[in-house]
Design a protein around this ligand. Structure first.
Ligand SMILES: Nc1ncnc2c1ncn2[C@@H]1O[C@H](COP(=O)(O)OP(=O)(O)OP(=O)(O)O)[C@@H](O)[C@H]1O
Ligand SMILES: [Mg+2]
Length: 514
């Protein structure tokens, strides 16, 4: 049975359907990633649940998305229902103990868990462009926008900041276009409109501060169990792009922030990516390549990524090849595509002379799976027909009251609940625009030469109207606009050190060609 070096998955069956032996997942290979697949209703979520339980008991923090709300029961103690007890007997799980697990609920919308946020700059231009479904040309502009923010020390925290920056860029389109090419007022305008749509879809909550601290999803309890972060994803699934982008961002953050650990005794964190097909659906090749790379590299940070999806064909081959621990539930084989999926799934296993994989895949019962894990030296074990163990926690969802109570008692209670809106690009641009107006008005009043910015094509020969303090600054094509002055002035006052940290991340850095 499970000891401190492995997680008990279930019991394999001989060809005559009798008990064969315990099937385990070795913790030392927990960071070699995994795959849970199967048609709807075949037992994927329960398999995810027992794996998460196992990792938690081994002291490994877990992050998983709860698509239908039925994973939330993992926070509560299970009850001895007949079919569960029977299953425990079949797989020789003795004693079959019930247990509640240390769960932290998260929710991008802040409704069913602690709000989870990221800043626009953390998200980076590549992921944002993907999130907004921008064209290649628009993505180019987004890259320029980030570069300008970076160079000019403008903090991009929330969508308001991004809007302000884009508005500013639209205003400076000519100058910026001359410098970087391909930036025109209408093209920036198109991005601004897409951003409005994104805001209407509820993404406003997600961008801002306090941003998620990675340490908060890597907690362990005093008794040495790993916290299980459960992301409420039912509402999120209505915006699959936001869901996929968020999880990609989280992976890249983990990758950036965690130190190299080589081959640890057990993972530092395990990440379950349910409905994983959403990650790859009409994703550009460049993004798929990047995901492949992150998945490959994140292993050495001790992070195991487990993809959960209905069809193994949903996962690109290059990614599939890296998933060492596999739980394949039943697949249907009616359509040609389904038949192809069965063949693909069957072919990826190390064959077992006792049975034909492709045949068995279509015959597996609920909560039964073909299982292969990495054994000694990281070699895949021979595939076994396995009955998956029943969970120790509750099967099915928790009630809203139970959830509320757990959220109140959570270790991060109060840390994320209030949005902080500190001074960033929006406020800076606004303030600087106002200051510039004031300064200009004052200079005009006092008759001194007005504020000039070297290298900005400032032209003193343009006669200035006089007026009160609040007089609007006149504009002509060869002199800086108020906003330009503001931006330049921000550079001086903020300095570029803020800028350095602005764009980073393996996914964010890609488009900048670093
Ligand atoms: N290991 C198991 N032990 C006992 N019962 C199980 C097990 N696995 C699955 N079941 C039973 O099968 C039901 C469906 O399983 P589950 O919800 O995991 O399917 P699923 O593949 O996630 O479905 P969907 O694609 O619809 O999300 C469970 O509610 C439970 O009753
Ligand atoms: Mg499910």
């Amino acid at each position: 049975m499970a000891d401190d070096t492995s997680i008990f998955i279930g019991a394999s069956r001989k060809p005559d359907d009798s008990y064969q032996r315990a099937e385990n997942l070795l913790l030392q290979y927990g960071n070699r990633h995994g795959l849970v697949t199967g048609a709807t209703g075949t037992g994927k979520t329960v398999s995810l649940q027992i794996l998460a339980e196992g990792f938690s008991n081994a002291g490994v923090p877990v992050f998983c998305a709860d698509i239908k709300g039925d994973l939330s029961g993992i926070a509560m103690m299970g009850t001895p229902q007949d079919f569960l007890v029977k299953r425990a007997e079949q797989v020789k799980l003795d004693p079959y103990d019930f247990q509640e697990f240390p769960v932290i609920f998260w929710d991008l919308f802040g409704e069913q868990g602690h709000p989870i946020r990221a800043t626009v700059s953390e998200m980076g231009p590549l992921l944002l462009s993907r999130l907004m479904n921008l064209s290649e040309a628009q993505e180019g502009i987004m890259n320029i926008a980030f570069r300008i923010a970076d160079e000019e020390g403008l903090l991009l925290l929330d969508l308001k900041d991004l809007q302000a920056l884009l508005a500013n860029i639209a205003e400076r389109a000519e100058e910026i276009g001359a410098r970087y090419g391909n930036v025109t007022k209408p093209s920036v305008g198109a991005i601004q409109r897409t951003l409005l749509v994104l805001e209407q879809q509820g993404a406003t909550n997600f961008f801002g501060e306090p941003a998620l601290r990675i340490a908060d999803i890597m907690r362990t309890t005093r008794d040495g169990r790993g916290a299980i972060s459960v992301l409420a994803a039912d509402k999120l699934m209505m915006n699959p792009r936001l869901y996929a982008t968020f999880l990609l961002w989280l992976m890249s953050e983990l990758f950036e922030e965690l130190p190299e650990v080589g081959d640890p005794d057990k993972p530092k964190l395990v990440f379950f990516f349910d409905e994983a097909h959403l990650l790859f659906d009409d994703a550009p090749k460049v993004l798929i390549d990047r995901v492949e790379q992150v998945v490959r590299l994140i292993r050495s940070k001790g992070v195991g990524v487990y993809f959960v999806t209905q069809n193994p064909l949903d996962i690109p081959e290059t990614v599939l090849a890296q998933l060492g621990n596999r739980v394949q539930h039943a697949l249907r084989a009616y359509t040609p595509r389904e038949q192809k999926a069965v063949r693909t799934a069957a072919e990826t296993f190390r064959p077992n002379p006792d049975f034909d994989c492709a045949t068995v895949i279509t015959q597996l019962g609920t909560g039964e799976a073909l299982v292969s894990t990495l054994e000694a030296k990281g070699v895949p074990s021979m595939v076994q027909r396995t009955l998956v163990r029943p969970p120790s926690s509750r099967l099915g969802p928790i009630t809203p009251d139970e959830r509320r109570k757990l959220i109140t008692e959570s270790p991060v209670s109060g840390q994320y609940d209030q949005t902080i809106d500190r001074e960033s690009a929006f406020e800076m641009l606004q303030k600087k625009a106002k200051d510039a107006l004031d300064a200009e008005a004052q200079q005009q009043e006092s008759g001194r030469s007005r504020w000039t910015i070297p290298g900005f094509g400032d032209d003193d020969s343009v006669p200035q109207p006089t007026g009160g303090r609040r007089a609007p600054a006149p504009r002509s094509s060869n002199r800086q606009t108020v906003a330009e002055a503001a931006i330049k002035s921000v550079v001086r006052s903020v300095g570029s050190s803020v800028g350095r940290a602005i764009v980073r991340g393996i996914l964010g850095s890609l488009a900048r060609g670093r």
